[in-house]
Design a protein around this ligand. Structure first.
Ligand code: ADP
Ligand code: MG
Length: 728
C-alpha cells in the first residue's frame, strides 16, 4: 500500500485538465449576474431607479416606500436567472465573507406558496450574530447585530443565490464589520478632498478614492494538499526542506502559464466577468506555482467587495480544477511569499485623477497638493499604517526576510524628489513675481505629464508612488483590503482638512494669494515629512539603523504593531473623523490580538502533531531498517562489520539526535502553550504566543527538515516541496 503521499502524486499526475472554451465575448458576459444600471433600468420603476442611483452617487437615503419597489424588482430579476434564495452578504471581522441563505419561497395563509422578497428583507436582517467576533461590544451593550443594505455596492448572483452587500452593526450602532468604518472613511476623504480640489476647479463636487488590488496566490493540487495536514489547517507548510530547485533560475516569473493553471484562470475570469469584477491581468509570479491576478481599478468600496468576493470565487473555482488556492503570505519557506498591492488614488467627478500630473502648472500644483499631503499623512501616521496590515501570516513578510520591511516609508523616485527639493527652497511668505514665474516654469512646470515610465520601480518600498497612484505594497495577500484602506483614506482626509485650514488661514490672515498660500503650506509639509521618504534598499540593515535615527517605528511582530490601533493618537483621529469611537477601536484591537493568538496556537498544535505523528515515527521506521542492516552485517562479517556499517551507524545516530531535539522541542513548546493558555489577559497571551511559543517553530522545523534529507524517500509520508511546487 503506497503512502498517502505517493497516492496523491500519482493522482495528480493522472489528472486531465478541465478544458475551458470561451465562446462568448467577455464584454458581453460582463456584469450579467449583477443588478447593475442596466438591470435596474429594466426591472425598477423610474422613481425607484433614481432613488438607488442617488444613493450610489450622493449617499442619499432611500425612502422606505421605495424599498418595496426595489426589492420586488430585484427579486423578479433574480428569479429570471433561476435564483431561489437571497442572502445579506457581509464581511465580519473574521476576514472572510459571511452569508445566510433564505428562500424567496413563502407560504400564504390559505396554504398556497409564493415567491416573496419585501423591502424589509432587502433593507435589514438579523443574522444570528453571536458567533462572529465582536470584541465584547455586543456583551457590553447586550445588543444584537443586524445587517443593513449598502446600496453603493450592487447586488449580485452566485449560483442559486442573490447576494446583497450589507454592513453589519450592533443595535447601538457600533460597527461589527470591515465595511462600516470603510464607508465612513471614504465619506471623510470625499468631503476633505472635494474641499481642497475646489481650490483648483470649482466644478468638483465629489471625490472617489480608487483602488486597484493585485492579488497574489499559490496553487497546489488538491490531492497533494490533502496529504499535508499543515496546508489543510493553517494554509501554509510548517515544515519541509527547500527543494534543490526553487526560484533561483528565475524561470517562473512571467513565464508561460502551465495549461492546467491557464484553464483555471480562464474559468475563474469567466466567473469574474459575470460578477462584474473587472479582472484584466494574469501572470506567473516569482515563485514556482505562484500567480497574480489584477483588475481594472474601481471605486474603493466596490473594489474591496470585489476582492473579498474574488477570494471566495477563486477557492470555489479551484475545486472544479482540483486545485487548492493558498492566500497565505508565506506558504513555503525559501521562495517568495504573496502580497496584495493596493494601488490607490483619488478621482474627481469631473474625471481628473488627483495624483496624476497634468499638462499645466496649475494642474500640476493640484497634483503636488494631493501628492505631498498623502506623504505627510503617511509620515504622521506611519505606525497606524503598519498596524493596519499586521497579522500572524503577514509577519512572515514584514520584518522577516521578505519584502517589504516592517518600517513604513515612501518612495517617490528621482524626478519627484528633485521637484520636492526645489519646492522646499522657495522663500517663505508671499512670493515675488519672479519667484512665482521661476516656480511655475522650472519646478511645477517641469513635472512631466506622463511620469509612469519615469518612476523607477523600487520593489523594496512598502509605499511607492508609481506615476499616477500610490502603491501600498505591504498589504498581505490574505488580508481584507478594507482595513488598510480605512486607515489610508482616514489619514489623508484628516491631512487634507488640516491643509485646507492652513491655506485658508494664510489667505485670510496674511492676505496671501491662493497659490502663494498653497506653496507656503506645501513647503512646510515637505520639510515636516522628510523622514518618511526613502529611496534606497529597504531590505538592508543600514536602513533599519537609519530608520531608527529618523524615529520611524519598526514593529516586527503583530502584537507589537497592533498597539498603535489603540494609542491616544489613533483613537483621537478616528473619533474626530467620525470613523470609529473608542469602544469600536478597542473592540477591533482585541479581536485582532486574539486572532493572532489563535493562529499561532493552531500552528503550534499542528506542528507538534506532524512532528510527533509523522516525522518521528517515519524516522524510527527508517532507523530500524538501518539497525537491522547493521545487525545483519555483524552476523555475516563478525568483527569486520564495524567498517562496513560505519556510515549506517552514523545515520542511526544522527536520526536519534534529531528525534531527541524534535521531541524535546515539542514537549517544551507544549508546556509554553499551556502557560500561555492560562493567561487571562489577551495581550499577555498574544505576547506569550509570539515570544515563548513561536520561537520553537524554527528549531523543531530545522530538525524535521534534516530528517527529511536523511530518511528513505519511499518512507517519508509528507509531500515534499519539490512535489508541491513543481507538480503541474
Ligand atoms: P504594476 O506594474 O504594479 O502591475 P499597473 O500599472 O499594471 O502596475 O497597475 C496595477 C494596478 O493599479 C491595476 O490593478 C490598476 O487597475 C491599478 N491602477 C491604475 N491606476 C489606478 C488609479 N488611478 N487608482 C487606483 N488604482 C489604479
Ligand atoms: Mg504592483
Amino acid at each position: 500500500m503506497p503512502t498517502l503521499r505517493f497516492r496523491a502524486i500519482s493522482e495528480t499526475l493522472n489528472r486531465k485538465p478541465l478544458c475551458i472554451e470561451e465562446k462568448e465575448r467577455r464584454s458581453s458576459l460582463f456584469g450579467q449576474n449583477v443588478f447593475n444600471e442596466n438591470a435596474m433600468r429594466q426591472y425598477l420603476t423610474k422613481e425607484a431607479f433614481t432613488a438607488v442611483m442617488d444613493a450610489m452617487e450622493f449617499g442619499s437615503k432611500i425612502p422606505r416606500n421605495l424599498a418595496d419597489h426595489i426589492s420586488t424588482g430585484m427579486k423578479e430579476w433574480a428569479i429570471s436567472k433561476n435564483v431561489t434564495h437571497y442572502t445579506h452578504w457581509f464581511q465580519p471581522l473574521t476576514g472572510a465573507t459571511a452569508e445566510k441563505h433564505d428562500a424567496f419561497f413563502e407560504t400564504t395563509s390559505n396554504g398556497l406558496a409564493i415567491e416573496k422578497f419585501g423591502g424589509g428583507q432587502l433593507v435589514q436582517q438579523e443574522p444570528d450574530a453571536s458567533s462572529f467576533p465582536s470584541g465584547g461590544i455586543r456583551n457590553t451593550f447586550e445588543a444584537r447585530g443586524y445587517t443593513a443594505w449598502d446600496p453603493t455596492s450592487p447586488a449580485f448572483i452566485i449560483g442559486p443565490t442573490l447576494c446583497i452587500p450589507t454592513v453589519f452593526v450592533s443595535y447601538t450602532g457600533e460597527a461589527l464589520d470591515y465595511k462600516t468604518p470603510l464607508l465612513r472613511a471614504l465619506n471623510a476623504v470625499d468631503e476633505a478632498a472635494t474641499a481642497v480640489a475646489k481650490y483648483f476647479d470649482k466644478n468638483v463636487t465629489k471625490v472617489n478614492a480608487t483602488l486597484g488590488w493585485e492579488q497574489e496566490y499559490f496553487l497546489v493540487d488538491s490531492a497533494l494538499a490533502a496529504s499535508r495536514p499543515d496546508i489543510l489547517s493553517t494554509g501554509r507548510t510548517l515544515l519541509g526542506h527547500t527543494s534543490a530547485k526553487g526560484q533561483q533560475l528565475e524561470d517562473h516569473y512571467f513565464g508561460s502559464i502551465p495549461s492546467r493553471v491557464l484553464n483555471y484562470m480562464r474559468d475563474l475570469e469567466r466567473e469574474c466577468m459575470l460578477l462584474g469584477i473587472p479582472v484584466k491581468t494574469r501572470h506567473n509570479e516569482v515563485a514556482p506555482n505562484q500567480f497574480e491576478l489584477a483588475p481594472i481599478f474601481e471605486e474603493t468600496n466596490l473594489a474591496v467587495d470585489h476582492n473579498s468576493l474574488l477570494m471566495d470565487v477563486m477557492a470555489k473555482v479551484a475545486e472544479r480544477h482540483n486545485f487548492v488556492v493558498l492566500f497565505h503570505e508565506k506558504p513555503f519557506k525559501g521562495v517568495n511569499g504573496s502580497g496584495k498591492h493596493n494601488n490607490w488614488s483619488l478621482a474627481t467627478n469631473t474625471g481628473v485623477n488627483l495624483l496624476g500630473p497634468g499638462s499645466t502648472p496649475m494642474s500640476n500644483l493640484q497634483f503636488l497638493t494631493f501628492f505631498i499631503n498623502t506623504i505627510k499623512a503617511v509620515n504622521e501616521y506611519e505606525e497606524l499604517i503598519r498596524a493596519s496590515i499586521a497579522s500572524a501570516s503577514n509577519d512572515h513578510r514584514l520584518g522577516a526576510n521578505e519584502a517589504p520591511p516592517a518600517i513604513i516609508s515612501v518612495f517617490i523616485g528621482e524626478q519627484l524628489t528633485k521637484v520636492l527639493d526645489d519646492l522646499e527652497n522657495v522663500t517663505k511668505g508671499k512670493l515675488s513675481p519672479e519667484e512665482k514665474t521661476d516656480l511655475k516654469l522650472n519646478v511645477v512646470g517641469k513635472i512631466p505629464e506622463i511620469l509612469l515610465d519615469n518612476t523607477d520601480r523600487n520593489r523594496t518600498s512598502p509605499f511607492a508612488f508609481t506615476g499616477n497612484k500610490f502603491e501600498f505594497r505591504a498589504v498581505g495577500s490574505k488580508a481584507n483590503c478594507a482595513n488598510p484602506m480605512t486607515v489610508l483614506n482616514t489619514i489623508v482626509a484628516k491631512q487634507l482638512m488640516e491643509f485646507k485650514l492652513a491655506v485658508d488661514a494664510l489667505i485670510a490672515d496674511k492676505k496671501m494669494k491662493k497659490d502663494d498660500a498653497i506653496f507656503n503650506v506645501l513647503r512646510e509639509y515637505i520639510k515636516d515629512s522628510k523622514r518618511i521618504r526613502f529611496e534606497g534598499d529597504g531590505y538592508g540593515e543600514a536602513w533599519e539603523l537609519e530608520a531608527k535615527k529618523r524615529k520611524l517605528s519598526n514593529h516586527k511582530t503583530t502584537p507589537e504593531a497592533l498597539k498603535a490601533k489603540i494609542s491616544k493618537k489613533t483613537i483621537a483621529l478616528f473619533e474626530e473623523m467620525g470613523i470609529m469611537n473608542k469602544i469600536e477601536c478597542e473592540a477591533r484591537y482585541e479581536i485582532e490580538v486574539d486572532e493572532y493568538t489563535k493562529r499561532i496556537q493552531i500552528e503550534s498544535r499542528v506542528l507538534a502533531d506532524i512532528a510527533r505523528n509523522h516525522v518521528i515515527p517515519t524516522a524510527i521506521k527508517y532507523q530500524s531498517v538501518l539497525v537491522n542492516n547493521v545487525k545483519g552485517l555483524k552476523e555475516i562479517y563478525g568483527t569486520e562489520f564495524k567498517k562496513m556499517a560505519k556510515q549506517q551507524m552514523e545515520i542511526i545516530e544522527a536520526i536519534s539526535h534529531h528525534i531527541e531535539f524534535i521531541n524535546q522541542g515539542v514537549t517544551e513548546m507544549t508546556d509554553e502553550r499551556r502557560i500561555a493558555n492560562n493567561l487571562t489577559n489577551f495581550e499577555k497571551a498574544a505576547d506569550a504566543y509570539c515570544n515563548k511559543v513561536k520561537p520553537y517553530f524554527d528549531s523543531i522545523r530545522y530538525h524535521c527538515d534534516k530528517l527529511e534529507l536523511l530518511v528513505d524517500n519511499e518512507l517519508w509520508t509528507l509531500t515534499k516541496y519539490r512535489e508541491l511546487l513543481f507538480t503541474k
